[in-house]
Design a protein around this ligand. Structure first.
Ligand code: SAH
Length: 232
């Protein structure tokens, strides 16, 4: 199976923190409104859409799309995170179908099923990201949307996302990321193209340490998100 158990253990150990907005996953909470808006704008609204969130963790993104009246399924291989995600639904009073299943298995079971597939900050944690890209493409309906966000691979992204974010500013837990797992936009776009995904929009995700705020746009040197359309 396309999974690194040490990654799953790392996220499982922090699972109780998923909904702590000031905790270990603070940066995901901060970035979330920006990426939801990006997905919503590209997909021309989320209400009534059938959405799959791959590597959903505790459901930060999945819930906010459900809040927009989308029908959301969230999948991950960390059962501890899915438990937290399901518990949180009691608090948010939203509906999300959380399943512990590999994206490749889901693609075999339900190809051409989703209007939107999101896969955020997950590709850099799997042994074979191309296999995840292929599965996400297979799960999307024709003419639908697939979104990936991940970290670019260059000296600037190493300095900002590992040295600064993990060690200097301690914005994310030490050891969250490995430089050699980072993916250049050209590599993501090349791989996606092989499975019928055409890039439509790419945006950088930037952190300003002075204002301590995230913004989207500009260069894709560090963290970035790409919206793909699946060819009919
Ligand atoms: N997508 C969420 C969480 C990102 S953290 C968000 O952006 O808010 C990365 C997530 O990927 C974790 O929840 C981790 O458990 C999950 N993950 C890592 N390897 C995986 C795999 N092989 N299959 C499914 N999920 C995986």
């Amino acid at each position: 199976m396309n999974v690194d158990q040490s990654e799953i253990s790392k996220f499982s150990a922090l699972a109780h923190q998923w909904w702590c907005e000031d905790g270990e996953f603070k940066t995901l909470h901060q970035v979330n409104p920006l990426r939801v808006q990006f997905v919503e704008e590209c997909a021309d609204g989320l209400a009534g859409k059938n959405i799959l969130d791959v590597g959903c963790g505790g459901g930060i993104l999945a819930e906010s799309m459900a809040r927009k009246n989308a029908k959301v399924t969230g999948i991950d291989l960390a059962e501890a995170s899915l438990k937290v995600a399901r518990l949180h639904l009691l608090e948010s009073e939203l509906e999300v179908d959380y399943q512990c299943i590999a994206v490749e298995d889901m693609a075999e079971k339900s190809p051409f099923s989703f209007d939107v597939v999101t896969c955020m900050e997950m590709l850099e944690h799997v042994p074979d990201p191309v296999s995840v890209i292929q599965a996400c493409a297979a799960l999307a309906k024709e003419d639908s949307w697939v979104f990936f966000s991940t970290l670019n691979r260059n000296i600037k992204s190493y300095l900002l996302s590992i040295v600064a974010a993990e060690h200097v500013f301690k914005m994310i837990p030490k050891g969250t990321h490995r430089y050699d797992k980072f993916i250049k936009p050209s590599e993501l776009i090349d791989a996606a193209g092989k499975f019928g995904l055409t890039p439509v929009k790419i945006k950088g995700i930037h952190y300003n340490p002075l204002t301590q705020k995230f913004s989207m746009g500009g260069n894709a040197d560090v963290n970035y998100i790409v919206a793909f359309k699946k060819q009919a």
